[in-house]
Write a protein that binds this ligand. Structure first.
Ligand code: FDA
Ligand code: NAD
Length: 432
């Protein structure tokens, strides 16, 4: 049993949706020549909605409202759209092995799908507590959040314990965004993470302090610098408490876990060159892997960032998934006209009424600026490396202000005097 396509997109997440739109816009295929194979049962959607709009107590986002590519203000690609465009959606189908030499993929249903060109868009999976030696983390009231099934479980568990206690494990993006959503749903939240402050991969201590104080004012309790060791359960197997390394018991009606991800590379290990440092599939500026018929995009791809002198990075953010996907399709369809990708890393988050954006790289000396007080703050930070702006962060900015900091990073604006940069703050970027 088998099918043959010219182009196969493996994975049906954010990158797949944006790749499909780019194929359709460029028209470089005939009906039936292009397919998306996805383990998920639905067409590609904007994954960021799962920790934001999807968890709202009222007027929550639901499909088909947030299929790609609405997150970038573009068309809503429903299953009807794919049909009209002649793009086959092979949904609810897991690929269990890949043979790059033969250009074939084997699905869990025993079908062999062949391709001439493959785009790997398999994204990443959430790390599980059992990978850290914690037993019993498959209980019915422990939630992870990567896909729509996880989000549905989280919503159901949340609704089953109104006014109850949630323990959030992890102080990264999932932890921060889910804690805010839980509070909005009137659940009491305790956050537990091993670092000294939240968002350790990006935030400075001063930035983190602002958010931690804000969360505390919303009733969130922080338990920092420790990890959980086990769970207490009732006779039905539901978690009733989280037990910490220092023997403390935290009562819990539900647990949300966000302890990082691993890129889904396993199908291609030993067949394509990997980036060991970044844990992804290594690609060049055309998003092409070590096999010229295979491209990789989104969370799974480790690609060169021109702005960082060609340093290879694997980014775990939606803007990068969208742009690498579109760039790969351009490279495939018009290789001679497509230059190497020149990407400016961009991360953002929205929690409660707060909202921040970050551009570039958080390396070098930090200079903070702005007003860190109140519930409508406007503050930020610059990272200065070798006398130039390497990264910039802004909370509560306007569209023009975000644009200004992004341009300062893109231009690697020269900094001659750190004290003067601190004094000028946001004006430095605006005047640039
Ligand atoms: P993505 O994970 O979207 O898709 C991978 C797809 O491949 C899935 O459909 C999966 O089922 C499929 N797949 C994997 N292996 C397969 C196999 N063997 N066979 C078949 N199918 C397979 N970023 C940001 O910048 N701002 C934000 O606010 C957020 N918010 C956010 C919230 C939540 C809850 C999550 C989980 C993530 C975010 N992100 C984010 C990160 C962002 O969503 C992420 O970077 C992109 O979804 C990555 O897109 P990809 O297409 O690479 O992977
Ligand atoms: P993360 O890397 O942001 O944070 C992981 C956190 O896990 C760390 O901050 C640490 O506190 C904690 N941790 C690690 N090991 C632990 C352990 N043994 N016990 C307890 N805590 C531990 O990852 P995440 O928050 O799980 O997010 C998953 C993915 O989703 C990331 O790729 C992220 O970029 C993406 N995401 C992004 C956004 C956004 O950009 N706004 C929002 C949600 C999710």
């Amino acid at each position: 049993m088998g099918r043959a396509f010219v182009y196969v997109i493996l994975g049906g997440g954010v990158a797949a949706g944006y790749a499909a739109l780019e194929f359709a816009r460029r028209g470089g295929y005939s009906r039936g020549e292009l397919c998306i194979i996805s383990e998920e049962a639905v067409a590609p959607y904007e994954r960021p909605a799962l920790s934001k709009g999807y968890l709202l107590p009222e007027g929550a986002a639901r499909l088909p409202g947030f299929h790609t590519c609405v997150g970038a203000g573009d068309e809503l690609l429903t299953t009807k759209w794919y049909k009209e465009q002649g793009i086959e959606l092979v949904l609810g189908t897991r690929v269990i092995s890949a043979d790059v030499r033969r250009k074939t993929l084997l699905t869990g249903t025993g079908e062999t799908i062949s391709y001439k060109t493959l785009i790997i868009a398999t994204g990443a999976r959430a790390l599980k507590l059992q990978e850290f030696g914690i037993q019993g983390s498959d209980a019915s009231n422990i939630c992870y959040l990567r896909n729509i099934d996880d989000a549905d479980k989280l919503v159901n568990v949340m609704k089953s314990c109104p006014g109850g206690n949630a323990v959030v494990i992890g102080g990264g993006y999932i932890g921060m965004e889910c804690a805010a959503a839980l509070v909005t749903n009137k659940i009491r939240v305790t956050m537990v993470f091993p670092e000294k402050h939240c968002m350790g991969r990006l935030f400075t201590v001063k930035n983190a302090e602002y958010y931690e104080n804000y969360y505390t004012s919303k009733g969130v309790t922080f338990v920092k610098g420790t990890v959980l060791t086990s769970f207490e359960k009732d006779t039905s197997g539901k978690v009733t408490a989280v037990i910490l390394k220092d023997s403390r018991h935290l009562p819990a009606d539900m647990v949300v876990v966000g302890i990082g991800i691993r890129a889904n590379t396993s199908l291609f290990e030993g067949q394509l060159v990997m980036s060991m440092e970044n844990g992804g599939i290594k690609v060049n500026g055309q998003l092409q892997t070590s096999d010229s018929s295979v491209y990789a995009v989104g969370d799974v791809a480790a690609f060169p960032i021109k702005l960082f002198d060609g340093d290879i990075r694997r980014l775990e953010h939606v803007d990068s998934a969208r742009r690498t996907a579109r760039h790969a399709v351009a490279s495939i369809l018009e290789p001679s006209k497509t230059r190497d990708i020149d990407y400016l890393p961009f991360f953002y988050s929205r929690v409660f009424t707060l909202s921040w954006q970050f551009y570039g790289d958080n390396v070098g000396e930090v200079v903070h600026f702005g007003d860190f007080t109140g519930s409508n703050p406007r503050f930020g930070a610059y990272w200065v490396n070798k006398g130039r702006i390497a990264g910039a962060y802004l909370e509560g900015g306007s569209r023009d202000e975000y644009e200004a900091i992004s341009v300062a990073v893109r231009r690697k604006a020269k900094v001659t005097n750190m004290a003067e940069l601190e004094r000028q703050g946001l004006s430095f970027a605006i005047q640039e």
